[in-house]
Write a protein that binds this ligand. Structure first.
Ligand code: GLN
Length: 511
């Protein structure tokens, strides 16, 4: 048993690994601690769409056998991970929190899942998200809302809200999320954990259900920066199954865990502090910058004018790509098919009369597609498909999609210019702390403002990290650090330095 007072489920990956290596605990004991924790708090948090305790215990037992044999185990062996439910897991439901995939069990693992399982990680469940990762609060989940462990009446952020809440509530040691416009960083910020969106192409997206393919990226949500480096080491790298994954060497991110920011040049872009930034968020972020300056960094305010167009550009490009990616859900190959799904989740909308695929005539098939999609997709997803289809249609393509792509290039150039002078850019992750459940559901503009600081990094393809930097009314504030493409090591070094001198990562919600 553990020699420490802290419960196993509260520990970081590196603490658990040390105990495992020293044979002070077994992987099965670790898995049990997390399973017990899920049983104790999950009815209040609702972070998981699916929990897989039997699988976790089986995987943990294999790790224990391997330790028993004297094998040299890697840093993730025996460590429980939660996976966002838009990443394919062989034989385990992968729903994207959408009714249209309510019964979908993939026949293969996403590359990231495969890598983690091969590294001995223990998969404890699949986490809730805004349907198909479209949203900022998990309130767009087709199933239920996840609650923020710091205050159950507030949202955990989104779309990887389940992953962030599960990490914050100690229901897993770490989680994977996906980030198309901020979906790792913003929930990390709301839940007081560390969340990294790597450079576009750094991590394979094979088996990640596509939302907006030129923006999507997978990354870790962890309890501290050291754990972030450990997970990055395990998931990055070229994958022949994802042609957009980058064929570049993967550094040892652990070597970046150095507390030193002397001569670091920090740019502070003023555009990220407008648009309803909470004064307390701003002062926490500025205090963090001051701390780094006191440790030898230099900071300077800059302007990046095209950043103001980030949100409108994103809301053309992301829906355009989603309208194309989501065309595959037609009731023919997988998921919900109108008239055949017996699950009670379809009872309310009234399942249409039976329309078997074999029914002849174009009308039959078209109507099958229409009814399946009408019943299977939620309102946000439908709205985005319509906006995207409109923006791509003949006559509007030039005015919307092409224009948005041009502005995207300007934004990318603003970043390139900034990185000629600065090593990192520091901003709030989100203009506010977590908001109340229900508060923004009828105000799409307010909802979308939650991502105003995170979207630019996706449009530019650069990496960003969110780390805790303080609290407002008991709710965590997130600090975002961005760097040039492939410079995740700089992010890790700066984030680690800040963490070592601030200690915010040690605070836990009292759930
Ligand atoms: N909240 C943004 C959206 O709704 C970003 C989502 C994401 O990164 N997946 O599209």
């Amino acid at each position: 048993m553990s020699m420490t007072d802290t419960r196993l489920c509260e520990m970081t990956i590196h603490e658990l690994r040390d105990l495992l290596k020293a044979k002070q605990v077994s992987a099965v004991e670790i898995a049990r601690s997390f399973i017990d924790r899920i049983e104790a708090v999950e009815s209040r948090i609702k972070a998981f769409v699916t929990v897989t305790p039997e699988l976790a215990l089986e995987q943990a037992a294999i790790v224990d056998e391997s330790i028993e044999r004297g094998d040299d185990i890697g840093p993730l062996a025996g460590i429980p991970v939660a996976i966002k439910d838009n990443m394919c897991t062989r034989g385990t439901l992968t729903t994207c929190s959408s009714k249209i995939l309510y019964n979908f069990k993939p026949i293969y693992d996403a590359t990231v899942v495969d890598k983690l399982v091969r590294a001995g990680a223990v998969t404890i469940g699949k986490t809730n998200l805004d349907e198909f990762a479209m949203g900022s609060s998990t309130e767009n989940s087709g199933f239920f809302v996840t609650h923020n462990p710091w205050n159950l009446d507030t949202v955990p952020g989104g779309s990887s809200g389940g992953s962030a809440a599960a990490v914050a509530a100690d229901e897993c040691a770490f989680a994977l999320g996906s980030d198309t416009g901020g979906s790792i960083r913003q929930p990390a910020s709301f839940c007081g954990v560390v969340g990294m969106k790597p450079t576009y192409g750094r991590v394979s997206r094979y088996g990640l259900v596509a939302f907006a393919s030129s923006l999507d990226q997978i990354g870790p949500l962890t309890k501290d920066v050291t754990d972030c480096a450990i997970v990055m080491n395990a998931i990055c790298g070229k994958d022949p199954l994802d042609s957009t994954s980058l064929d570049v060497p993967v550094p040892d991110f652990m070597k970046a865990l150095v507390s030193d920011v002397r001569n670091l040049k920090i740019g502070v872009p003023k555009e990220f502090f407008g648009h309803g930034t909470d004064p307390e968020v701003e002062s926490a972020v500025r205090a963090a910058i001051d701390l780094l300056v006191s440790l030898g960094a230099e900071a300077k305010e800059i302007s990046m004018p095209s950043v103001d167009y980030g949100l409108p550009v994103y809301y053309i490009i992301a829906p355009a790509e989603c309208s194309s990616n989501l065309a595959r859900y037609d009731g023919v190959r997988y998921g919900h098919r109108t008239g055949t799904s017996t699950s009670p989740i379809f009872a309310k909308g009234g399942v249409s009369s039976n329309l078997p695929l074999t029914k002849g005539g174009v009308g039959g098939v078209v109507s099958l597609y229409q009814k399946t999609r009408e019943e299977g997709f939620g309102p946000e997803v439908k709205q985005r498909i319509m906006i995207g289809t409109y923006a791509l249609s003949a006559g509007y393509y030039d005015a919307y999609y092409l224009k948005a792509q041009k502005v995207r290039t300007l934004l990318r150039r603003d970043f390139e210019k900034a990185f000629e002078e600065f090593d990192v850019l520091i901003t709030p992750t989100s203009p506010t702390v977590a908001f109340a459940i229900g508060e923004r559901v009828d105000d799409p503009f307010a909802m979308k403002l939650a991502d105003i600081c995170t979207i630019p990094a996706n449009l530019a393809g650069i990496p960003g990290i969110s780390i805790p930097c303080g609290f407002k009314d008991g709710l965590p504030i997130g600090l975002q650090i961005m760097a040039k493409g492939l410079n995740e090591e700089t992010l890790i070094r700066v984030a680690y330095t800040y963490e070592q001198h601030s200690g915010h990562h040690k605070e836990k919600p009292g759930i």
